[in-house]
Design a protein around this ligand. Sequence first.
Ligand code: UGA
Length: 432
Amino acid sequence: MKICMIGAGYVGLVGGACFADLGNTVYCVDKNKNKISMLNNGEIPIYEPGLNEVVKKNYLSKRLKFTTDLSLAVSSSDIIFICVGTPTSKKNRSADLHFVFKVAAEIAKSIKKFKIIICKSTVPVTTGDKIEKIISKRVNKKLFEVISNPEFLREGEAIRDFRFPDRIVVGSNNKKAINKLKSLYEPLIKKGAKFFSTSRRGAEMIKYASNAFLATKISYINEIANLCEKINVNVEEVSIGIGLDQRIGGRFLRVGPAYGGSCFPKDTKALTVTGEMYNTDLSIIKSVIKSNEKRKILLTTRVKRILSNKIKNKKISFLGVTFKPNTDDMRQSTSLTMIPFLSKNGAKITYYDPTGKKNEFSSLKNVSFCNTIDNACNNADLVIIHTEWEEFKALDFKKLSKKKKFKIFDIRNLYSVKDMKKKGFNYYSIGR
Ligand code: UGA
């Protein structure tokens, strides 16, 4: 099939490369000239394991094309995916939809024959209706169909998630369009992905309700961890014990810092706004948002306690600062609350992250990036394992703390309490 992805970000670029890999001809469009010229020069503008190879292979075979020319891409394609960002609005907690609407108006200008227009961007329920209205101002309704097909891939696991999704959700009442999408996704359905079609609004709702539910699971286990710490119970065993109940399921019950990234914080907020618009109190989601915000403070207070309330001049080393491993994304990472607070209170911070130095900390006093774990931990009073990168999972703490014995605060529970105790470390973790 001939497809075009508008917006070459996580969703558009990964989706575009993977659709091309399934044998389709794909145009990836972005208005950012710099990004498109990077892609045409074989450079990948985002950090995503495995993406480079898929892009390269399909670019060379000419199935994957990069362009800033939206009109050319739309007129050359039968299926058009809208994959632009929907960040939190600068004015309130809602999703800012102006990119989506702008793209819809642009698409309308180039429709001469029938097109399926698919919204893959995460958008509040009823956005599909609005996209349809915008396009129908210029184009006869017989010439297009607007469908919702939310994306469920995770940063850092994006290629795998695209190739082996649990489900493909399509929201439309148009049988022909649904069947077209079913054949586009056929190779994934054959491998076991469930294809589920529903109304357009239903599909939009499924995306938000999924993310809010996963965020709720994380906040829930994090609060249970707070209690476990006080009553001498191991939260890891509680996660396993409750997760074995198939009605609950074991995934997304890993304790840690506040959930972060570009999706959960943004989508939970936007969903409560939709609730307000339709006079529905989504009190559970509101309290999840509050609980998650509190968690950032709670962990910072814990650092203070570990250091007996003496932060000034203490050398604190962060291992990992991104919101999760296998990404360079810093959005809504707990480190963005912890590091500025600790530096403001006189701590000397060093950090190491496999994805390098972060602009977010460059203006902070006494915060410096080290390009090795050894350098970051050198002379530290406290080492904080913030992100669960593979390379932090089997560290030789004896060697790292040879010059000076440091305390360890393992926010991701990567190590066994028993082992660390046996080795003589002052080791703190979450809910254990
Ligand atoms: C999330 C969803 O998992 C995807 O299904 C969805 O497509 C995506 O948002 C989106 O809407 O675009 P992502 O934000 O990339 O994906 O990352 P996750 O792996 O879900 O992690 C989100 C946050 O939850 C991270 O801060 C992570 O550390 C935290 N987390 C996750 C936990 O604290 N515990 C867990 O058990 C799982």
